[in-house]
Design a protein around this ligand. Structure first.
Ligand code: NAD
Length: 248
């Protein structure tokens, strides 16, 4: 039996960059073996694997899978379980946004957002949860958004709808999987990642005026909270927690 079967395992979807990559590092730093999932960016995923294995002496498995495709999600869960024989934490992080005016919104783009953000989370909760229920323990953290709780920006109504759906999935899976598996969601506000790289300085300044802490979050701050909810907050279940610096 591999020595590393004793180590806990965290699988983070969409983790070759952004919040996902920081989350992988946070788990690895805390001695978890990690699964790095990517869909296009193989080089970034492999370089993250090299970094966490070198720095933290854990094993990192890199798996290409599009979370919106059922067969690929099944494979992601299967290869993870075959490699490590356990899955302690799953972070449903993969997500996209396509912000446009109402005139430019298309049904195809709306469906793409729903497929990745909502159906992807559903599929990973379904197949990952099956493994967790069989092993008798586990914890799932779904990444929603404050946009899934309130509506601030009509140009992201499709994204907002998908993230509201993630909150609903969280409540439903928490009920289905209790008491063996905890299912929670965090709802970040603005975070400094590639997702927001198109925002201009003026817009960022205006947005910061609506944040009590007067700044965007750093992805590391979100990763630390994901780790806490996923592994330390053992009496927190079925919760939706804003991590937004306080909105005003
Ligand atoms: P990001 O664009 O840097 O990361 C998103 C990741 O998801 C990328 O690695 C991307 O390749 C991956 N991905 C996209 N489609 C995928 C698919 N079909 N299968 C697998 N992976 C896929 O953005 P981020 O800011 O790091 O976002 C991470 C999560 O946090 C997303 O769910 C996002 O909606 C959420 N979020 C972000 C913010 C923010 O301000 N950045 C705020 C609230 C919530």
């Amino acid at each position: 039996m591999k020595e590393s079967y004793d180590k806990k395992v965290a699988l983070v979807t969409g983790s070759s960059r952004g919040i996902g990559a920081f989350t992988v590092k946070e788990f690895a730093k805390n001695n978890y073996n990690v699964v790095i999932n990517y869909v296009n960016s193989e080089d970034e995923a492999l370089s993250l694997k090299e970094e966490v294995e070198r720095l933290y002496k854990v094993e990192a498995l890199v798996v290409k899978a599009d979370v919106s495709k059922e067969e690929e999600v099944k494979k992601l869960i299967d290869v993870t379980y075959k490699e490590f024989k356990r899955i302690d934490v799953i972070v449903n992080n993969a997500g996209i946004a396509i912000d446009t005016t109402l005139e430019d919104k298309t049904v195809d783009n709306f469906k793409k957002i729903i497929d990745i953000n909502l159906i992807g989370t559903f599929l990973v909760c379904k197949y990952g949860g099956e493994v967790m229920l069989n092993q008798g323990f586990g914890s799932i953290v779904n990444i929603s958004s404050t946009n899934g709780i309130d509506s601030f920006y009509p140009y992201s109504m499709d994204y907002d709808a998908s993230k509201a759906g993630v909150i609903s999935l969280t409540h439903n899976f928490a009920k289905l999987y209790a008491p063996k598996v905890r299912v929670n969601s965090i709802a970040p506000g603005w975070v400094n990642t590639e997702m927001n790289k198109e925002l201009d300085e003026e817009y960022i300044k205006e947005e910061c005026e609506h944040i009590l802490l007067e700044r965007f979050a750093e992805p590391q701050e979100i990763a630390e909270f994901i780790y806490y909810i996923g592994t330390q907050a053992l009496y927190v279940n079925d919760a939706i927690i804003k991590v937004d610096g306080g909105r005003c």
